[in-house]
Design a protein around this ligand. Structure first.
Ligand code: DD3
Length: 338
């Protein structure tokens, strides 16, 4: 079994089309789009100007580091920034380069038939994925800070009396979502689009995925309809939208990445990290963050639940975890609900 998978990989590596993203389908290339035009309006900074204030979170297992730092602007102002550094997965189709004389091998330990080394790969094989949030708000900084977490059991009534009023009092900016839907950013990265304003969506690789290997495939389907915040807003009225995302999303991923529907985990987050309805598509073999039982809701289950009861998600108690410092947790505490 493992052997045949390996052979398949080797073949794919030779064919060389395994990781090369195919050009975007023509219908997604709107005329006059300037990809990245919006982000260019916002300030950027030279990396050397970033002064680390704090390591917000580090994980040896995930090989990721979240940093909070300050950046001095020309105006003399000092602004917060977040820098996320992450080692990327090894690419099976690049092993020949990795083990060639382009790399340097330093012996660490020798003992009997066992030996360990440190391999120093050439720069193109030692990439570190870097994500910058700048300027960052206090909310961004808190989001990445490790914290104790507590479970909440949110009834339908709790949602209406506590969670919804809280969400409405907050100013979450989802400009980046609108930029994608309006082709003002990332337009050239769209994998698939159904343009229907009610039951359509855009399928696009998530920021978290570098698209170098399908092992950690991660795409998001963002619905065109505005005003659907989360799972809680879904009724049988959204079944056509959800079925489109399920069917057309799988077809598009099969076509582009050769992964079949039964190799994908397709799910919502509740609570989501942004309140514009979206669905996550990840490779089944990849332990993407946010797939814990208290957060992930399979799209296929959501569809089945809505088929049973159109008001399922207005009635059902939903369990999720909140970090100690989250204002929503305080609302539940104040209401004597946890
Ligand atoms: C975000 C949730 C949001 C930090 C980070 C990510 N996929 C995005 C902007 C553009 C995107 C995403 C917020 C923000 Cl690292 C703060 O995610 C995005 N574009 N998840 C894509 N394709």
């Amino acid at each position: 079994m493992a052997e045949s998978k390996k052979r398949k990989r080797e073949k794919e590596a030779q064919d060389g089309d395994f990781v090369e993203p195919k050009p975007p389908p023509p219908q997604t290339q709107g005329k006059g789009d300037v990809p990245g035009a919006v982000s260019e309006v916002l300030p950027t900074f030279p990396f050397s100007a970033f002064r680390v204030q704090k390591v917000l979170r580090e994980s040896a297992r995930e090989k990721i580091l979240f940093l909070h730092g300050k950046v001095n602007e020309d105006s003399g102002d000092e602004k917060d920034a977040i820098v996320i550094l992450e080692k990327t997965p090894l690419q099976a189709d690049r092993v020949s380069d990795l083990l060639s004389k382009k790399s340097e091998l330093k012996l660490q330990i020798r003992n009997d038939i066992y030996s360990t080394y440190t391999l120093y790969p050439p720069p193109e094989l030692s990439e570190i994925k870097t994500t910058i949030v700048y300027p960052a708000t206090e909310k961004h900084i808190k989001k990445y800070q490790s914290q104790d977490v507590y479970l909440i059991q949110e009834t339908g009534e709790d949602y209406r009396s506590i969670t919804l009023p809280f969400l409405q009092s907050q100013s979450f900016s989802i400009q980046w979502v609108y930029n994608i839907l309006e082709k003002k950013a990332e337009a050239d990265r769209i994998v698939y689009e159904n343009t229907d304003p009610i039951s359509g969506f855009v399928l696009i690789p998530d920021f978290k995925w570098d698209q170098k290997q399908v092992d950690d495939l991660y795409l998001i389907a963002i619905c065109h309809h505005r005003g659907l915040k989360s799972l809680r807003d879904l009724t049988d009225k959204q079944l056509p939208l959800l079925r489109n995302i399920f069917q057309e999303g799988q077809e598009a991923i099969l076509k582009r990445y050769s992964l079949r529907g039964n190799q994908l985990r397709i799910y919502f987050h509740y609570q989501p990290s942004y309140y514009h309805l979206h669905v996550h598509f990840t490779a089944l073999g990849f332990d993407a963050s946010g797939t814990a039982v208290e957060r992930a809701h399979l799209l296929s289950d959501v569809i089945a639940n809505l088929e049973l009861d159109p008001m399922y998600y207005q009635k059902r108690t939903l369990t999720y975890a909140l970090r100690a410092d989250e204002p929503l947790l305080k609302k539940f505490l104040d209401a004597g609900k946890c």
